[in-house]
Design a protein around this ligand. Structure first.
Ligand SMILES: [Zn+2]
Length: 136
């Protein structure tokens, strides 16, 4: 069970700015990072292949996902401002955590991480490259 999600600052900023850029459509991003015991660090974002940007769920077929063990989950935006996953979101859950950015996408309080049961997971924004094991 994941008990904490850390976002590198540039990643948290990119999730918010991507949501602003695509508003009023949803944006969707793959979050890469690593897991250590019960903590996840998110330090990279990838635009998923064949992402569909619609007014509803920003989905993509799971079969199109790259086989990438560093993918910790998917982040998407809620232009509606609702900061919780829909039933449909949970049915499309992929990876270890789901992150939602809710309108107005202004502060880190407009971001939230959830586990596959839809339960909110505590999060923290940390400076970039705080992790000494990080490689590029
Ligand atoms: Zn959603």
């Amino acid at each position: 069970m994941i008990s904490l999600v850390r976002f590198e600052k540039s990643v948290a900023d990119s999730i918010l700015s991507s949501a602003i850029d695509t508003y009023p459509r949803e944006t969707i991003l793959l979050m890469r990072g690593r897991v250590k015991q019960e903590e996840i660090l998110i330090n990279d974002l990838v635009i998923p292949p064949l992402a569909r940007h619609g007014f509803g769920f920003s989905g993509f077929p799971n079969i199109m996902l790259p086989l990438d063990l560093k993918v910790m989950g998917v982040s998407h935006s809620h232009p509606s401002g609702v900061l919780r996953p829909s039933i449909q979101d949970l049915n499309h859950f992929y990876g270890k955590i789901m992150v939602i950015a809710a309108y107005p996408f202004q502060t880190y309080d407009d971001l939230a991480a959830f586990n596959s049961h839809g339960k909110k997971v505590p999060q923290r924004v940390v400076p970039d490259h705080e992790d000494p094991d990080k490689r590029h």
